[in-house]
Ligand binder design. Structure first.
Ligand SMILES: Cc1cc2nc3c(=O)[nH]c(=O)nc-3n(C[C@H](O)[C@H](O)[C@H](O)COP(=O)(O)O)c2cc1C
Length: 335
């Protein structure tokens, strides 16, 4: 199996893992890196406001092994975003991404996320300010549109205008979740499921903005999906599938990046992760915040249920160290 030829010229990393609040923290990213040497890993969204007021180290520190890693920011004040981007670059992030796709009410009330698609000038100004403050790439993640909109008009023209104005500020990589965001009325979860996926709209952007790279996101679940989409897009981003079945990242690395890549055994991944867990426990991170990320490691295999069960049983019998991972592994092997 060889990699699709368009990867060779691509200016973006072909596989990325979506920013996901409450999932893509530093522990999950470290675990995922043990599975894939290449995938681009995103942080959870961190707001520019939080970075203004809280201890930035607490929010931004990460392990060297996580590279390449993107800091995703939420916000709508150009000066605050520029400050947050600068902090991100100082902490060593490889890219800064602005969230213009999150539909939650909490996010809307702070005037950021998907509702920013209605304010392209503000986003353009923010991107300009961020680009002026860092030398790493600044990218944007958005939807294909929002509902309702203040003014009538063609949906694609609205989207193309948004992308065009931001591209004019030098942003050349767009991650597009190929659904509209319905603002008000749908929960964030429903907003990831109910508005229909429209990959064709992203394909149209790709044709209309030949100088920009487009990363397709939304509903991508299998190696076959990824291979197919990489024929037409510069990259693909997976979210929920990686939470449910993280091992797909190893399979994807082999399928689309390095056919000679030897798939790591799940056992070796857990053994390496246990060492990380031990080190982080010594820094005061709670065990559960790290072990919860490995639950899906055996997804799709007969051992999946027992792995999950043993992990929770170990926690219940009061295991407080990385040994719980190794013990669960031992029990699963024996089962
Ligand atoms: C639990 C959860 C949290 C999310 N948090 C964010 C976020 O912080 N920033 C963001 O841009 N998108 C967020 N998303 C959306 C994902 O990045 C992605 O766009 C969406 O899940 C569609 O991709 P998928 O179908 O591969 O899951 C989140 C999604 C989930 C499931």
């Amino acid at each position: 199996m060889s990699a699709p030829s368009n990867l060779l010229n691509s200016k973006v990393i072909p596989i990325s893992v979506a920013p996901m609040m409450a999932y893509t923290d530093r522990h999950f990213r470290y675990f995922l890196r043990l599975l894939s040497p290449s995938a681009l890993l995103y942080t959870e969204m961190i707001t520019a406001q939080a970075l203004k007021h809280a201890d930035p180290a607490r929010l931004l520190e990460f392990s060297d092994q996580e590279h390449p890693v993107v800091l995703q920011l939420g916000g709508s004040e150009p000066a605050d975003l520029a400050h947050a981007a600068r902090l991100g670059a100082e902490f060593g992030y490889d890219e800064i991404n602005l969230n213009c796709g999150c539909p939650s009410d909490r996010v809307q009330s702070g005037r950021f996320g998907a509702c920013l698609m209605a304010e392209p000038d503000r986003v353009a100004e923010s991107v300009r300010a961020m680009r002026e403050s860092v030398s790493v790439p600044v990218t944007v993640k958005c939807r294909i549109g929002i509902e309702p909109r203040a003014e009538e008009g063609d949906d694609y023209a609205f989207l193309a205008d948004f992308v065009g104005r931001i591209a004019a500020e030098g942003c050349s990589v767009f991650v597009i979740h190929a659904r509209k965001a319905v603002l008000g009325g749908l929960s964030p979860k429903e907003n990831r499921e109910i508005p229909p996926l429209q990959y064709g709209v992203v394909a149209r952007l790709k044709a209309d903005f030949p100088d920009c790279a487009f990363v397709l996101n939304g509903g991508i679940r299998t190696v076959a999906d990824v291979r197919r989409h990489l024929e037409g897009f510069d990259g693909v981003m997976l979210g929920r599938e990686v939470c449910d079945n993280p091992y797909i990242l190893a399979e994807l690395h082999r399928a689309v990046v390095d056919p000679a890549f030897e798939l790591p055994s799940r056992e070796s991944v857990i053994e390496a992760y246990a060492k990380y867990v031990e080190a982080r426990l010594a820094e005061g991170d709670p065990l559960r915040s790290m072990t919860r990320h490995v639950l899906g490691l055996y997804a799709g295999l007969p051992r999946s249920r027992s792995w999950r069960r043993f992990l929770s049983e170990q926690a219940n019998v009061g295991q407080t160290g990385p040994q719980m991972l190794l013990d669960s592994l031992r029990i699963v092997r024996a089962a």
